[in-house]
Design a protein around this ligand. Structure first.
Ligand SMILES: [Zn+2]
Length: 85
């Protein structure tokens, strides 16, 4: 699989085709795509993000990924930052 690291440290898959043009997709969003599609369809007003439970952005195993509401996810990372300092 053709992948590279993006500027934020996430693995992106480079061979994804969209409207016949080659584009990139974050691997963790590909892993959970059916679920994300369903949530976007069902709760379209909510922004859904994928969280890496062990904080390793390249660890895209299914069990390491968690779909969260963006605000909750932001909060989680803010809390984690506070604990470190
Ligand atoms: Zn996260």
């Amino acid at each position: 699989m053709k992948t590279r690291l993006d500027e934020k440290g996430y693995l992106v898959y480079c061979g994804y085709r969209k409207n016949n043009e080659l584009s990139e997709r974050k691997v963790h969003r590909i892993v959970l795509k059916p679920l994300l599609d369903y949530l976007h369809y069902k709760y379209s007003e909510i922004t859904w993000v994928v969280h890496h439970k062990n904080r390793i952005k390249t660890d895209n195993r299914f069990e390491n990924l968690q779909i969260m509401i963006k605000e909750h996810h932001d909060q989680l990372h803010i809390e984690a930052m506070k604990k470190k300092t």
